[in-house]
Design a protein around this ligand. Sequence first.
Ligand code: NAP
Length: 281
Amino acid sequence: MSGSKQITLLGAKGMLGTDLTAMAVKRGWSLRALDLPEFDITQPEHLERAVSPNSVIVNCAAYTNVEKAESEPELAEKVNAWAVGRLGELAKRAGARVLHISTDFVFDGMLDRPYVETDIPNPINAYGLSKWHGELALEASGCQHCILRIEWAYGRHGVHFIKKLMEAVHSGEPLRVVDDQVGAPTATTGVAEVICDLLEGDFPEGVFHFAAWGYVSRYGMAQFIFDTLEMPVELTPCKTADFPSVAKRPLNSRFNCKKIKGTLSRSIEHWKDTLAQYLET
Ligand SMILES: NC(=O)c1ccc[n+]([C@@H]2O[C@H](COP(=O)([O-])OP(=O)(O)OC[C@H]3O[C@@H](n4cnc5c(N)ncnc54)[C@H](OP(=O)(O)O)[C@@H]3O)[C@@H](O)[C@H]2O)c1
């Protein structure tokens, strides 16, 4: 890893953090893994202890409950924005670098093409707004940083679309899935691999979009899952507007990943391939 002696991972027990911890261990890195309850990113003294001189900090810690964020936006802002800005300020002072994870939810999903890094964010829910504010706060801190936006993540740990789908199947209710939200289901193992690859080269500065290759609707993704698992589930397509939800969701979550592709020495796998591997295990 060029120039860095130690990696500190914030949010190490989360869905992405768990896979990143495993990947870093596999690569023989020296990793300081921090998460609640011992480490609270909103506690200034915890942050001070986390930022060592010249280190690299990967921030996977976040308030990620999209629905709940609507009723507690202050907490979402504190974790996803204020704390990220403070982290940046401390990193600037210590000469540390920050790789921060962000989301497609910074966009409104109204564009008729995949989003590039220079598209202007316009979040449509409290979670997305707090994540965008986090990006802005990190940029304003002046520390050396990289913002990696990801989307439609799933992994072995944590709550995600596939787990919710399986729960719905087991409840025996007829299944309706939206066919007007489009994105790329992206395995957190793949994200972890990309983070490790990025950090093994020169520290990548700026904003990057990363997602698995190809796109699909939520309905198409559900169909693929049931076909792969040979589960005879009756599935009906519906629209986002038919679903009562507190938080609005972007319809277009497609990322253009050309920029990050240019920095990686491996190709980006198609969502079908990684999802099939995930379902196998
Ligand atoms: N999942 C997705 O589809 C998706 C899509 C786009 C972007 N992202 C971004 O990817 C990153 C990782 O997300 P994830 O899916 O791995 O989420 P996650 O499973 O919820 O992981 C977040 C971790 O941060 C911890 N955390 C929450 N509040 C904290 C605090 N005050 N101090 C320290 N740690 C705290 C959580 O602990 P608790 O579990 O105890 O709260 C959890 O361990 C986040 O930045 C998220 O915004 C995720």
